[in-house]
Design a protein around this ligand. Structure first.
Ligand code: HEM
Length: 296
């Protein structure tokens, strides 16, 4: 249990903290860690984009088809940060360097009090989303248990080739408890994506998935409606999900028209993703620190 993520840095000069309402008496110790991460992610830089994807890949290790184990059955348990083998899997390329830096930060934060890997991964994801211009506030909780065991193989979606078809992808996400609307909303995170590891599938190094990869906007959806702008590359998976004649694709079209609808759907889906695999009654006892994200 790691509510101390809130208090990881002692900052005697901080005169106000939104955490005060949650933890009276801890007024002066709270915002150091979020502020440190905010600087690390300044301007929706590559670390910010890695952090958002990293949060998805850690939580995405869950499936309802896996027999229950550990704190999250492979879901939001910090295993992507803690386990060398899981991190080295090809589907996590090219996030290995980022993992090393986040491990250093975990050690650094733990000098001021216990901070869990699973909490740090999801907390960092929320800070990173907020660090991208227009990024929404995602409900952010702490209290997760950690698991250093690798999650099962083949839990993450394929971007190209076998498994990148609409039917396989929607079933993979359904097995995680993520339906069509949530899936369509989560895919919008590719609004801040640039690809560095898909050259074998024809994606140029650094190619973005919309024309504004440091801004959190709904151009990702809009640019499936019209012809793909110069310099933008779509993954096969995304193009398959965007097809208008399927439910996920219809949601893509709705989010292209309606930013508020996307924001509402995304924030709900991302909050659910951030606790994937953790029993509901356990999540019910977590500490809500959304106000720290809001304050950034
Ligand atoms: C069908 C589902 C998905 C597939 C197949 C997929 C696949 C990919 C691939 C291939 C990349 C590029 C990696 C690289 O070459 O550097 C990428 C980037 C990214 N993905 Fe996804 N993804 C999916 C869903 C998601 C979801 C649900 C999220 C978060 C909620 C997410 C967040 C990101 C982010 C932020 C990046 C950018 C990373 C960067 O710029 O370095 N993705 N994804």
């Amino acid at each position: 249990m790691v509510v101390n993520i809130l208090f990881a840095f002692f900052d005697p000069h901080n005169s106000y903290s939104p955490v005060e309402e949650l933890f009276p008496g801890h007024l002066s110790r709270s915002v150091g860690l979020p502020c440190n991460l905010k600087q690390f992610f300044a301007g929706c830089n590559p670390n910010a984009r890695f952090a958002i994807r990293f949060a998805f890949h850690d939580a995405g290790g869950y499936s309802s088809k896996t027999s229950a184990y550990g704190p999250a059955t492979g879901g939001a348990d910090g295993s992507l940060l803690l386990n060398d083998n899981e991190n080295a899997r090809g589907g996590n390329n090219p996030m290995q360097t980022f993992r090393g830096t986040l491990l250093q930060k975990l050690a650094q934060y733990n000098q001021s009090g216990p901070v869990g890997a699973a909490d740090l991964v999801q907390f960092a994801g929320s800070v990173a989303i907020r660090s991208c211009g227009g990024g929404p506030v995602v409900k952010t909780v702490v209290g997760r248990g950690d698991d250093a065991n690798a999650c099962p193989e083949n839990m993450l979606p394929a971007a190209f080739g076998a498994g990148a078809d609409h039917g396989t992808l929607t079933q993979l996400f359904l097995d995680k408890g993520i339906g069509a609307t949530d899936l369509a909303a989560l895919m919008g995170a590719h609004t801040v994506s640039q690809s560095f590891a898909q050259q074998a599938d024809g994606i140029p190094i650094g190619a973005p998935q919309d024309t504004t990869p440091t801004t959190w906007d709904n151009k990702y959806y809009q640019q499936f409606d019209s012809s793909t702008p110069a310099g933008v590359s779509h993954f096969e998976s995304d193009a398959n999900l965007a097809r208008a004649n399927i439910t996920v694709g219809a949601e893509f079209a709705r989010f292209a028209r309606d930013t508020d609808a996307w924001t509402s759907a995304f924030t709900g889906a991302m909050a659910r993703l951030s606790v994937l695999g953790i029993p509901t009654d356990v999540v019910g006892h977590f500490t809500d620190c959304t106000s720290l994200i809001q304050a950034l």
